[in-house]
Write a protein that binds this ligand. Sequence first.
Ligand code: ZN
Length: 188
Amino acid sequence: MAVRSIVISGDPVLHSPALPVVDFDDDLRELVQDMYETMDTAPGVGLAATQVGVPLRLFTYNFLDDDDHLWRGVAINPELWITPVPAGEADEDEDVEGCLSYPGERFPLLRSPSAILRAVDLEQKPFEIHAEDWLARIFQHEYDHLDGTLYVDRLEHFYAKIATKITRKRGWGVPGLGWMPGVDNLED
Ligand code: ZN
């Protein structure tokens, strides 16, 4: 197992749709183990394969909900159904989201409050999770990654302008940038 470098916004792998997983082999097993280790080291509540530079449709997640239930697993070739995103503006406290590929920054974004995730695990066994609130948000965020969408691509105009400035200031938005969890400190 190894921590892998996390790709930063600007590399094409983050901005292109990923491909379905076909081979459930040792390479996939190793990738998933590395993704867990990378996610836990970062730390993050979710990590898509595209974020470690692999253009395949899978993500890991790790989230402790208010009832102390730990949601931890890998979703391979997922499908996601969501209820409509509420109208209005994102709340600066309640709706704040972040991304390991846009590290050290957080922005408010409205998400659907509930989602149904269907996917298979490493044994190709199908499973389904009815998610609410933060877990639903995590699934929407990670699922977006597999379609080449970052949460900063979805921001309301006001925040999108700030993100554009940050991208420029930090020299992001170009291919080949990454950071190593446990080594690089990208907090402000
Ligand atoms: Zn992300």
